[in-house]
Design a protein around this ligand. Structure first.
Ligand code: NAD
Ligand code: GLY
Length: 359
Protein backbone atom coordinates (compact mmCIF):
# COMPACT_ATOMS: atom_id res chain seq x y z
CA UNK A 1 0.00 0.00 0.00
CA UNK A 2 1.13 3.57 -0.74
CA UNK A 3 0.62 6.07 2.08
CA UNK A 4 1.25 9.75 1.37
CA UNK A 5 0.83 12.41 4.05
CA UNK A 6 -0.32 15.83 2.83
CA UNK A 7 0.58 18.76 5.07
CA UNK A 8 -1.93 21.57 4.55
CA UNK A 9 -4.33 23.57 6.75
CA UNK A 10 -5.54 20.09 7.76
CA UNK A 11 -3.01 17.25 7.48
CA UNK A 12 -4.22 13.95 6.08
CA UNK A 13 -3.15 10.67 4.51
CA UNK A 14 -3.81 9.52 0.98
CA UNK A 15 -3.95 5.71 0.99
CA UNK A 16 -3.70 3.87 -2.33
CA UNK A 17 -4.19 0.10 -2.61
CA UNK A 18 -6.39 -2.60 -4.08
CA UNK A 19 -9.20 -3.65 -1.73
CA UNK A 20 -9.23 -0.59 0.56
CA UNK A 21 -13.02 -0.24 0.32
CA UNK A 22 -13.53 -3.16 2.70
CA UNK A 23 -11.19 -1.54 5.22
CA UNK A 24 -12.92 1.85 5.03
CA UNK A 25 -14.53 1.63 8.50
CA UNK A 26 -11.25 0.96 10.31
CA UNK A 27 -9.22 3.39 8.21
CA UNK A 28 -11.69 6.25 8.64
CA UNK A 29 -12.07 5.58 12.38
CA UNK A 30 -8.31 5.85 12.73
CA UNK A 31 -8.14 9.06 10.67
CA UNK A 32 -10.80 10.86 12.69
CA UNK A 33 -9.79 9.27 15.98
CA UNK A 34 -13.15 7.54 16.51
CA UNK A 35 -12.90 5.39 19.63
CA UNK A 36 -14.81 2.11 19.91
CA UNK A 37 -16.75 3.20 23.03
CA UNK A 38 -17.55 6.72 21.76
CA UNK A 39 -21.03 7.99 20.90
CA UNK A 40 -21.79 6.86 17.38
CA UNK A 41 -20.91 9.05 14.41
CA UNK A 42 -23.11 9.18 11.33
CA UNK A 43 -21.36 8.87 7.98
CA UNK A 44 -23.38 10.40 5.15
CA UNK A 45 -22.35 8.46 2.05
CA UNK A 46 -22.70 10.77 -0.96
CA UNK A 47 -22.51 9.10 -4.33
CA UNK A 48 -23.98 9.03 -7.84
CA UNK A 49 -26.36 6.54 -9.41
CA UNK A 50 -23.57 4.75 -11.33
CA UNK A 51 -21.16 4.35 -8.46
CA UNK A 52 -23.42 3.64 -5.50
CA UNK A 53 -24.91 0.44 -6.99
CA UNK A 54 -21.36 -0.81 -7.68
CA UNK A 55 -19.64 0.03 -4.39
CA UNK A 56 -22.11 1.60 -1.96
CA UNK A 57 -23.10 -1.53 -0.06
CA UNK A 58 -19.50 -2.61 0.54
CA UNK A 59 -18.60 0.83 1.87
CA UNK A 60 -21.69 0.87 4.06
CA UNK A 61 -21.01 -2.59 5.44
CA UNK A 62 -17.45 -1.70 6.35
CA UNK A 63 -18.56 1.51 8.08
CA UNK A 64 -21.40 -0.20 9.97
CA UNK A 65 -19.09 -3.01 11.08
CA UNK A 66 -16.82 -0.44 12.72
CA UNK A 67 -19.74 1.19 14.54
CA UNK A 68 -20.61 4.12 12.26
CA UNK A 69 -24.26 4.79 11.51
CA UNK A 70 -24.79 5.45 7.80
CA UNK A 71 -27.09 7.51 5.61
CA UNK A 72 -27.06 7.61 1.82
CA UNK A 73 -27.54 10.50 -0.59
CA UNK A 74 -27.38 9.38 -4.22
CA UNK A 75 -27.88 11.76 -7.15
CA UNK A 76 -27.91 11.36 -10.95
CA UNK A 77 -24.38 11.05 -12.38
CA UNK A 78 -22.78 13.78 -14.47
CA UNK A 79 -21.63 17.38 -14.34
CA UNK A 80 -25.24 18.66 -14.43
CA UNK A 81 -25.62 17.46 -10.85
CA UNK A 82 -22.71 19.58 -9.61
CA UNK A 83 -25.24 22.32 -9.09
CA UNK A 84 -26.64 24.60 -6.40
CA UNK A 85 -29.83 22.52 -6.62
CA UNK A 86 -28.16 19.20 -5.71
CA UNK A 87 -26.00 20.96 -3.12
CA UNK A 88 -29.15 22.42 -1.52
CA UNK A 89 -30.90 19.04 -1.57
CA UNK A 90 -27.93 17.43 0.17
CA UNK A 91 -27.85 20.11 2.88
CA UNK A 92 -31.62 19.82 3.45
CA UNK A 93 -31.31 16.04 3.59
CA UNK A 94 -28.58 16.27 6.22
CA UNK A 95 -30.49 18.80 8.29
CA UNK A 96 -33.75 16.81 8.14
CA UNK A 97 -31.78 13.67 9.09
CA UNK A 98 -30.36 15.53 12.11
CA UNK A 99 -26.76 15.22 11.01
CA UNK A 100 -24.56 16.94 13.62
CA UNK A 101 -21.30 18.87 13.45
CA UNK A 102 -19.52 15.82 14.83
CA UNK A 103 -20.77 13.64 11.94
CA UNK A 104 -19.12 13.37 8.53
CA UNK A 105 -19.55 13.01 4.80
CA UNK A 106 -17.94 10.19 2.84
CA UNK A 107 -17.72 11.05 -0.87
CA UNK A 108 -17.83 7.87 -2.97
CA UNK A 109 -17.32 8.64 -6.66
CA UNK A 110 -15.54 10.82 -9.18
CA UNK A 111 -14.74 14.51 -9.17
CA UNK A 112 -18.38 15.55 -9.38
CA UNK A 113 -19.26 13.69 -6.19
CA UNK A 114 -16.03 14.81 -4.47
CA UNK A 115 -16.33 18.50 -5.36
CA UNK A 116 -19.99 18.72 -4.37
CA UNK A 117 -19.59 16.69 -1.16
CA UNK A 118 -16.53 18.69 -0.15
CA UNK A 119 -18.37 21.98 -0.52
CA UNK A 120 -21.35 20.62 1.44
CA UNK A 121 -18.95 19.46 4.18
CA UNK A 122 -17.20 22.85 4.19
CA UNK A 123 -20.43 24.75 4.66
CA UNK A 124 -22.86 22.49 6.57
CA UNK A 125 -23.02 23.84 10.12
CA UNK A 126 -19.84 25.78 9.24
CA UNK A 127 -17.85 22.66 8.52
CA UNK A 128 -17.96 18.92 9.20
CA UNK A 129 -15.38 16.23 8.50
CA UNK A 130 -15.23 14.62 5.09
CA UNK A 131 -13.45 11.72 3.49
CA UNK A 132 -12.77 11.24 -0.20
CA UNK A 133 -13.16 7.77 -1.74
CA UNK A 134 -12.26 8.49 -5.39
CA UNK A 135 -13.51 5.96 -7.95
CA UNK A 136 -12.37 7.61 -11.18
CA UNK A 137 -8.77 7.87 -12.27
CA UNK A 138 -9.13 11.64 -12.54
CA UNK A 139 -10.41 11.89 -8.98
CA UNK A 140 -7.66 9.58 -7.73
CA UNK A 141 -4.81 11.61 -9.26
CA UNK A 142 -6.27 15.07 -8.97
CA UNK A 143 -9.62 16.17 -7.55
CA UNK A 144 -9.65 14.11 -4.33
CA UNK A 145 -6.40 15.71 -3.15
CA UNK A 146 -5.80 19.37 -2.40
CA UNK A 147 -9.07 20.61 -0.98
CA UNK A 148 -10.62 22.45 -3.92
CA UNK A 149 -14.38 22.00 -3.58
CA UNK A 150 -17.08 23.61 -5.69
CA UNK A 151 -20.37 23.54 -7.52
CA UNK A 152 -21.19 25.13 -10.88
CA UNK A 153 -23.45 28.06 -11.59
CA UNK A 154 -25.47 28.30 -14.81
CA UNK A 155 -23.08 31.06 -15.86
CA UNK A 156 -19.87 29.21 -15.11
CA UNK A 157 -18.11 26.09 -13.83
CA UNK A 158 -16.78 25.93 -10.25
CA UNK A 159 -17.98 29.47 -9.51
CA UNK A 160 -18.96 28.74 -5.90
CA UNK A 161 -16.75 26.76 -3.59
CA UNK A 162 -14.21 26.66 -0.81
CA UNK A 163 -10.76 25.39 -0.04
CA UNK A 164 -11.53 22.59 2.41
CA UNK A 165 -9.22 19.64 2.94
CA UNK A 166 -10.51 16.10 3.49
CA UNK A 167 -9.56 14.13 6.61
CA UNK A 168 -8.55 11.09 4.57
CA UNK A 169 -8.37 10.01 0.94
CA UNK A 170 -8.99 6.31 0.42
CA UNK A 171 -8.21 5.18 -3.09
CA UNK A 172 -9.16 1.57 -3.82
CA UNK A 173 -7.56 0.84 -7.20
CA UNK A 174 -9.91 -2.13 -7.70
CA UNK A 175 -12.79 0.31 -8.24
CA UNK A 176 -11.06 1.58 -11.40
CA UNK A 177 -11.73 -1.78 -13.10
CA UNK A 178 -15.33 -0.76 -13.86
CA UNK A 179 -14.44 2.65 -15.27
CA UNK A 180 -15.67 3.28 -18.84
CA UNK A 181 -12.83 3.51 -21.41
CA UNK A 182 -13.41 7.23 -22.06
CA UNK A 183 -13.17 8.04 -18.37
CA UNK A 184 -9.95 6.04 -18.11
CA UNK A 185 -8.53 8.05 -21.02
CA UNK A 186 -9.54 11.32 -19.35
CA UNK A 187 -7.66 10.33 -16.21
CA UNK A 188 -4.65 9.52 -18.39
CA UNK A 189 -4.81 13.07 -19.81
CA UNK A 190 -4.32 14.51 -16.32
CA UNK A 191 -1.58 11.98 -15.56
CA UNK A 192 0.33 12.99 -18.71
CA UNK A 193 -0.05 16.58 -17.51
CA UNK A 194 1.83 15.75 -14.28
CA UNK A 195 4.63 14.11 -16.25
CA UNK A 196 5.01 17.11 -18.58
CA UNK A 197 5.02 19.40 -15.55
CA UNK A 198 7.51 17.59 -13.39
CA UNK A 199 9.16 14.42 -14.60
CA UNK A 200 10.83 13.20 -17.77
CA UNK A 201 11.41 9.83 -16.07
CA UNK A 202 7.68 9.45 -15.24
CA UNK A 203 6.85 10.45 -18.84
CA UNK A 204 8.99 7.54 -20.10
CA UNK A 205 7.35 5.14 -17.63
CA UNK A 206 3.95 6.09 -19.05
CA UNK A 207 5.21 5.32 -22.56
CA UNK A 208 6.76 2.01 -21.51
CA UNK A 209 3.80 0.59 -19.58
CA UNK A 210 0.10 1.53 -19.74
CA UNK A 211 -1.31 3.33 -16.71
CA UNK A 212 -3.80 0.48 -16.15
CA UNK A 213 -0.90 -1.92 -15.51
CA UNK A 214 0.67 0.27 -12.83
CA UNK A 215 -2.17 2.07 -11.07
CA UNK A 216 -0.68 2.18 -7.60
CA UNK A 217 2.67 3.58 -8.78
CA UNK A 218 1.10 6.09 -11.20
CA UNK A 219 -1.46 7.41 -8.70
CA UNK A 220 1.18 7.71 -5.98
CA UNK A 221 3.53 9.58 -8.33
CA UNK A 222 0.80 12.05 -9.29
CA UNK A 223 -0.34 12.53 -5.69
CA UNK A 224 3.25 13.22 -4.65
CA UNK A 225 3.56 15.88 -7.35
CA UNK A 226 0.22 17.42 -6.38
CA UNK A 227 1.19 17.29 -2.69
CA UNK A 228 4.22 19.44 -3.50
CA UNK A 229 2.07 22.09 -5.20
CA UNK A 230 -0.61 22.05 -2.49
CA UNK A 231 1.85 22.23 0.39
CA UNK A 232 3.63 25.19 -1.18
CA UNK A 233 0.57 27.05 -2.43
CA UNK A 234 -2.60 25.68 -0.85
CA UNK A 235 -4.72 28.66 -1.88
CA UNK A 236 -3.64 28.76 -5.53
CA UNK A 237 -1.92 32.11 -5.83
CA UNK A 238 1.34 31.02 -7.44
CA UNK A 239 2.97 27.63 -7.96
CA UNK A 240 -0.30 25.66 -7.90
CA UNK A 241 -1.39 27.50 -11.04
CA UNK A 242 0.95 25.18 -12.93
CA UNK A 243 -1.67 22.45 -12.52
CA UNK A 244 -3.59 24.42 -15.14
CA UNK A 245 -1.29 23.18 -17.91
CA UNK A 246 -3.59 22.57 -20.90
CA UNK A 247 -6.56 24.02 -19.03
CA UNK A 248 -6.63 27.59 -20.44
CA UNK A 249 -7.39 26.26 -23.92
CA UNK A 250 -9.00 23.08 -22.53
CA UNK A 251 -11.72 24.93 -20.62
CA UNK A 252 -12.51 26.90 -23.78
CA UNK A 253 -12.84 23.64 -25.72
CA UNK A 254 -15.24 22.30 -23.08
CA UNK A 255 -17.32 25.48 -23.27
CA UNK A 256 -17.36 25.58 -27.12
CA UNK A 257 -18.46 21.93 -27.22
CA UNK A 258 -21.27 22.51 -24.73
CA UNK A 259 -19.47 20.03 -22.45
CA UNK A 260 -19.82 17.15 -24.93
CA UNK A 261 -16.02 16.94 -25.01
CA UNK A 262 -14.91 15.51 -21.65
CA UNK A 263 -12.56 17.43 -19.36
CA UNK A 264 -9.54 15.13 -19.78
CA UNK A 265 -9.95 15.10 -23.57
CA UNK A 266 -10.17 18.90 -23.63
CA UNK A 267 -7.06 19.18 -21.44
CA UNK A 268 -5.23 16.88 -23.88
CA UNK A 269 -6.18 19.18 -26.78
CA UNK A 270 -5.11 22.19 -24.70
CA UNK A 271 -1.73 20.61 -23.89
CA UNK A 272 -1.17 19.76 -27.57
CA UNK A 273 -2.00 23.33 -28.67
CA UNK A 274 0.11 25.11 -26.04
CA UNK A 275 3.06 22.80 -26.71
CA UNK A 276 2.79 23.34 -30.48
CA UNK A 277 2.68 27.10 -29.90
CA UNK A 278 5.66 26.95 -27.51
CA UNK A 279 7.61 24.97 -30.09
CA UNK A 280 6.71 27.45 -32.89
CA UNK A 281 7.86 30.33 -30.68
CA UNK A 282 11.12 28.62 -29.76
CA UNK A 283 10.17 28.22 -26.08
CA UNK A 284 10.58 24.44 -26.25
CA UNK A 285 12.24 22.12 -28.74
CA UNK A 286 10.52 20.43 -31.68
CA UNK A 287 11.43 17.13 -29.99
CA UNK A 288 9.36 18.11 -26.93
CA UNK A 289 6.39 18.82 -29.19
CA UNK A 290 6.79 15.48 -30.99
CA UNK A 291 7.01 13.57 -27.70
CA UNK A 292 3.91 15.28 -26.25
CA UNK A 293 1.90 14.49 -29.39
CA UNK A 294 3.20 10.91 -29.35
CA UNK A 295 2.09 10.21 -25.77
CA UNK A 296 -1.36 11.72 -26.42
CA UNK A 297 -1.68 9.37 -29.42
CA UNK A 298 -0.54 6.42 -27.32
CA UNK A 299 -3.36 7.07 -24.85
CA UNK A 300 -5.90 7.64 -27.65
CA UNK A 301 -6.43 11.22 -26.56
CA UNK A 302 -7.53 13.90 -29.06
CA UNK A 303 -5.02 16.58 -30.09
CA UNK A 304 -6.69 18.82 -32.65
CA UNK A 305 -9.06 21.64 -31.77
CA UNK A 306 -11.80 22.01 -34.38
CA UNK A 307 -13.29 25.25 -33.03
CA UNK A 308 -12.30 28.56 -34.58
CA UNK A 309 -9.93 31.03 -32.91
CA UNK A 310 -12.68 33.64 -32.28
CA UNK A 311 -15.01 31.06 -30.67
CA UNK A 312 -12.18 29.83 -28.46
CA UNK A 313 -11.18 33.35 -27.46
CA UNK A 314 -14.75 34.30 -26.50
CA UNK A 315 -15.01 31.12 -24.43
CA UNK A 316 -11.71 31.90 -22.73
CA UNK A 317 -13.02 35.28 -21.62
CA UNK A 318 -15.88 33.56 -19.78
CA UNK A 319 -13.35 31.62 -17.69
CA UNK A 320 -12.78 33.48 -14.40
CA UNK A 321 -9.03 32.85 -14.67
CA UNK A 322 -8.66 34.90 -17.88
CA UNK A 323 -10.76 37.95 -17.08
CA UNK A 324 -7.86 40.29 -16.22
CA UNK A 325 -5.59 42.13 -18.64
CA UNK A 326 -3.05 39.35 -18.19
CA UNK A 327 -3.54 35.57 -18.26
CA UNK A 328 -1.22 33.12 -16.55
CA UNK A 329 -0.50 30.61 -19.30
CA UNK A 330 1.38 27.44 -18.39
CA UNK A 331 3.97 26.76 -21.06
CA UNK A 332 6.13 23.62 -21.40
CA UNK A 333 9.82 24.38 -21.88
CA UNK A 334 10.85 20.69 -21.82
CA UNK A 335 9.33 17.40 -20.66
CA UNK A 336 9.36 17.77 -16.87
CA UNK A 337 9.60 21.55 -16.93
CA UNK A 338 6.99 24.24 -17.41
CA UNK A 339 6.83 27.94 -16.68
CA UNK A 340 4.05 30.33 -15.79
CA UNK A 341 3.99 33.06 -18.46
CA UNK A 342 2.02 36.25 -18.00
CA UNK A 343 0.41 36.79 -21.40
CA UNK A 344 -1.66 39.89 -22.19
CA UNK A 345 -5.10 38.32 -22.57
CA UNK A 346 -5.62 39.86 -26.01
CA UNK A 347 -2.48 38.06 -27.21
CA UNK A 348 -4.01 34.63 -26.55
CA UNK A 349 -5.43 34.60 -30.10
CA UNK A 350 -1.86 34.59 -31.41
CA UNK A 351 -1.07 31.61 -29.18
CA UNK A 352 -4.09 29.75 -30.51
CA UNK A 353 -2.96 30.44 -34.07
CA UNK A 354 0.57 29.18 -33.34
CA UNK A 355 -1.04 26.19 -31.61
CA UNK A 356 -2.69 25.12 -34.86
CA UNK A 357 -6.22 26.43 -34.22
CA UNK A 358 -7.81 27.69 -37.43
CA UNK A 359 -8.90 31.25 -38.07
P1 NAD B 1 -17.45 12.24 -12.76
O1 NAD B 1 -17.43 12.35 -11.30
O2 NAD B 1 -18.61 12.78 -13.49
O3 NAD B 1 -17.27 10.70 -13.15
C1 NAD B 1 -17.27 10.32 -14.51
C2 NAD B 1 -18.28 9.21 -14.79
O4 NAD B 1 -17.76 7.98 -14.33
C3 NAD B 1 -19.63 9.39 -14.11
O5 NAD B 1 -20.63 9.00 -14.98
C4 NAD B 1 -19.55 8.43 -12.93
O6 NAD B 1 -20.80 7.98 -12.53
C5 NAD B 1 -18.71 7.32 -13.50
N1 NAD B 1 -17.94 6.53 -12.54
C6 NAD B 1 -17.23 7.01 -11.50
N2 NAD B 1 -16.53 6.02 -10.95
C7 NAD B 1 -16.82 4.89 -11.62
C8 NAD B 1 -16.38 3.54 -11.51
N3 NAD B 1 -15.45 3.17 -10.65
N4 NAD B 1 -16.92 2.63 -12.36
C9 NAD B 1 -17.83 3.02 -13.31
N5 NAD B 1 -18.25 4.27 -13.47
C10 NAD B 1 -17.74 5.20 -12.64
O7 NAD B 1 -16.16 12.91 -13.43
P2 NAD B 1 -14.64 12.99 -13.03
O8 NAD B 1 -13.93 13.00 -14.32
O9 NAD B 1 -14.26 12.01 -11.99
O10 NAD B 1 -14.54 14.43 -12.38
C11 NAD B 1 -14.81 15.60 -13.11
C12 NAD B 1 -15.11 16.71 -12.15
O11 NAD B 1 -14.00 16.91 -11.31
C13 NAD B 1 -15.40 18.04 -12.81
O12 NAD B 1 -16.53 18.61 -12.23
C14 NAD B 1 -14.16 18.88 -12.51
O13 NAD B 1 -14.46 20.24 -12.41
C15 NAD B 1 -13.75 18.30 -11.19
N6 NAD B 1 -12.32 18.46 -10.88
C16 NAD B 1 -12.01 18.95 -9.66
C17 NAD B 1 -10.68 19.10 -9.30
C18 NAD B 1 -10.34 19.58 -7.92
O14 NAD B 1 -9.18 19.85 -7.65
N7 NAD B 1 -11.30 19.66 -7.03
C19 NAD B 1 -9.65 18.73 -10.17
C20 NAD B 1 -10.01 18.24 -11.42
C21 NAD B 1 -11.35 18.10 -11.76
N1 GLY C 1 -6.90 20.62 -10.17
C1 GLY C 1 -6.18 21.81 -9.96
C2 GLY C 1 -5.86 22.09 -8.53
O1 GLY C 1 -6.17 21.32 -7.65
O2 GLY C 1 -5.30 23.11 -8.26
Amino acid sequence: MEKIRVFASTDYDVLIDAGLLDQAGDRIAEAINFQKDAVSITAVIVSDDNVFPLYGERLKESLNKRGFKTLEFVFPHGEKSKSLATYGELLEFMCESKVKRSDMIVALGGGVVGDLSGFAAASYQRGIAFVQVPTTLLAAVDSSVGGKTAVDLKSGKNQVGAFYQPRLVLCDTDTLKTLPKEEYECGCGEIIKYAILESDEFFDELLEKPVSEQYEHVIATCVNIKKHYVENDEFDTGLRMKLNLGHTFGHAVETCSGYTILHGQAVAMGMAAVTKAASEMGLCSKETEVRVLEILDRYELPKDISFKIDEMYEAMLVDKKNTGAVTNLIVPTAIGNCRIMKIPTDKLKGWLEEGGVED
